[in-house]
Design a binder for this molecule. Sequence first.
Ligand SMILES: CC(C)(COP(=O)(O)OP(=O)(O)OC[C@H]1O[C@@H](n2cnc3c(N)ncnc32)[C@H](O)[C@@H]1OP(=O)(O)O)[C@@H](O)C(=O)NCCC(=O)NCCS
Length: 124
Amino acid sequence: MTLAGKRDPAIRVALLPRDTNGYGTIFGGIILSYIDQAAAVAARRVTPHDIVTVTMKEVVFKKPVYVADLISFYAEVTGTGTTSITTRVCVEAERARSPRETVPVTEAEVVFVAVDKNGRPVPV
Ligand SMILES: CC(C)(COP(=O)(O)OP(=O)(O)OC[C@H]1O[C@@H](n2cnc3c(N)ncnc32)[C@H](O)[C@@H]1OP(=O)(O)O)[C@@H](O)C(=O)NCCC(=O)NCCS
């Protein structure tokens, strides 16, 4: 089951040929970067402090992403600790060549820590 149409993504983007790997599909590191940004969009609503990424867990790329696919990054906060904010990001690709086909690509848990001006953890 996909999330398309059920809620708004934190980020939606179509990527370019410059973002591809040697096989012509989108480079995984580009997707990771967007996952980090989408997670931050959700996490920053929880705290007025600056946040830094402490961990991204178990990112498995289940399907390839192609140039011009419309990629949606759905992010939500799943928990908070004293200084940490845990988020979940689900990534879906709407195929450029078949617009009604949306496939889950990957998902990840991303944890942030709220920090003060000296980069030290601070309660959220
Ligand atoms: C994030 C950072 C400030 C944490 O500093 P620290 O002294 O290790 O902090 P603590 O051990 O007190 O842990 C702070 C919180 O992070 C959580 N945490 C630390 N490591 C974690 C991990 N591997 N997974 C999940 N949570 C983790 C702790 O559980 C704690 O959460 P809580 O307060 O809600 O209980 C520090 O590691 C740092 O600056 N890292 C670099 C961050 C960065 O620059 N990221 C961008 C990419 S380079």
